[in-house]
Design a protein around this ligand. Structure first.
Ligand code: JFZ
Length: 452
């Protein structure tokens, strides 16, 4: 069907900006704002739900919440230390909350009364963050919540002419802020929209279309996530024809696609992940801390995403004083130690075509060099993995990235080998295969519709 506000292009982008984003594969998400100060605790009560939702969980009046700005003294804030931590972890870009649902802005927006300008220091924290990450060579994306608990004109749904007038003013306000962001920070590579699920936004798909158009006019090539978008029928992420809106699919949140779902490689996508079960802002509760994932589990998720040609955006929630919590620094260091050895199986890699999901881990492949990697996250009880190369090809040699040395293996048939997995290597162990095409003609396999 003909759509006025559907996907702006049905072609997958292949320009230098999107290619760089695709090669980066690993990004750092930063949720930082007033919610980092109470960190899930209000008037002596701990609310274990996500720290950034505290105004709702504890039913806090907006004026009480915005008064936190006076305590946002950021005594230990050092943007360049955040950036160095992200870089050493192996992240290649950062997505930072310019404005979250509470409306507080990390930049001195001329359109809002709740921004860094009303804190004791008055500094443009967003500008400092953008500069610090770019100085380390990381690209920057800005997170912007359309949902706004502070702005008087925000509406969840439109039930009257008054609502319609208010919400029209709200959309003008948000568009002004977005123009302001794109003008103040023209070096950013992307915008990451959130808070777009309410009826009011879905009823104004034209606005999401216009915002995408405007940002791309202000910053040629800028990336916009699918979560911004709705079409004129209220379809989100994908338009009513099924075409992806925006440049990459951003609907995987705290979950990943099935590891055998090869349809994911049809478009660019990025999953976002919390370290605890569910809090994006820093949370002081021990119960929340107890749910934190181990570095190896986060590495596994990264491998999983890359094996399906996706990116992983791993969230960090700095504390109210601006310091990264100790546990996040440690996790970043441990992921970084693995990435320094094995990062070549992540950066620049994507789905390994012709290699079926093996169960014991993930295959990734560098399309440019053709190198194929096996990232072993679940050691088989036999102590060996049995990789099967695509039909018509065979594994010629195997090395581990950890030592660079060739590994002895047994050939089971033309396509299949058995490789013992060293038990003392840092996990997950990564093998790199030298694959030889043995026959020119690859027989096409009969497709089982239950599997394909
Ligand atoms: C949203 C925010 O509410 C949250 O605070 C955080 O910023 C996160 C990145 O985004 O939360 C969501 C958004 C989408 C879904 C679930 C939670 N979803 O699509 O299932």
């Amino acid at each position: 069907m003909q759509l006025k506000y559907g996907a702006q292009t049905t072609q997958q982008r292949d320009d230098p900006t999107v290619k760089a984003f695709r090669c980066d594969r690993f990004g750092q998400f930063i949720h930082w704002g007033l919610y980092a100060l109470p960190a899930g605790v209000w008037r002596g009560e701990t609310y274990d739900f996500a720290a950034e939702f505290l105004p709702k969980s504890a039913n806090i009046a907006d004026a009480d919440w915005q008064a936190l700005a006076a305590d946002f003294t950021i005594d230990r804030f050092d943007a360049s230390q955040w950036a160095r931590t992200a870089k050493a972890m192996g992240a290649r870009y950062v997505t930072v909350t310019a404005k979250h649902h509470d409306g507080f802005c990390l930049w001195p927006s001329e359109f809002s009364d709740t921004t860094v300008a009303v804190t004791p220091h008055g500094r443009d924290l967003l500008g400092e963050i953008v500069a610090a990450y770019e100085a380390e060579g990381l690209a920057v994306h800005l997170y912007y919540s359309v949902l706004d608990w502070h702005h008087p004109d925000w509406r969840y749904r439109i039930e009257s002419a008054d609502d319609a007038a208010s919400f029209a003013r709200y959309l003008t306000f948000a568009q002004n802020q977005l123009r302001e962001l794109a003008t103040r920070y023209p070096t950013v590579r992307g915008f990451w929209f959130d808070g777009t699920w309410d009826e009011s936004v879905k009823a104004n798909g034209w606005w999401t279309f216009e915002v995408e158009r405007m940002l791309k006019e202000l910053i040629p090539g800028v990336l916009v996530n699918s979560r911004l978008r709705a079409d004129e029928h209220g379809a989100r992420h994908r338009d009513s024809n099924g075409d992806l809106m925006g440049d990459f699919f951003s609907g995987y949140e705290r979950r990943l696609p099935d590891p055998w779902d090869r349809s994911t490689a049809d478009h660019d996508w990025e999953a976002c992940m919390t370290i605890p079960q569910n809090s994006w802002g820093y949370h002081a509760s021990a119960a929340v801390a107890a749910t934190c994932k181990q570095p190896v589990e986060l590495i596994e998720q990264l491998a999983h995403a890359v094996s399906l040609s996706g990116n992983l955006l791993l969230n960090f929630g700095p504390m109210g004083d601006g310091a990264l919590p100790r546990f996040e620094i440690e996790i970043a260091e441990q992921i970084g130690a693995w990435m320094r050895v094995n990062g070549e199986a992540i950066h620049g890699c994507g789905m390994a075509s012709g290699w079926d999901y093996p169960g014991w881990g993930y295959y990734t492949q560098n399309a440019e060099t053709g190198a194929t990697y096996a990232i072993v996250t679940r050691m088989p009880v036999s102590g060996a993995i049995k990789p099967q190369a695509p039909a018509g090809t065979g594994i010629r040699s195997v090395r581990t990235l950890a030592t660079g040395e060739e590994v002895e293996f047994t050939r089971l048939d033309e396509q299949t080998v058995s490789i013992p997995v060293p038990r003392d290597a840092p996990v997950p162990v990564v093998f790199v295969f030298d694959v030889e095409r043995e026959k020119a003609d690859v027989p096409t396999r009969e497709v089982n519709p239950d599997v394909a």
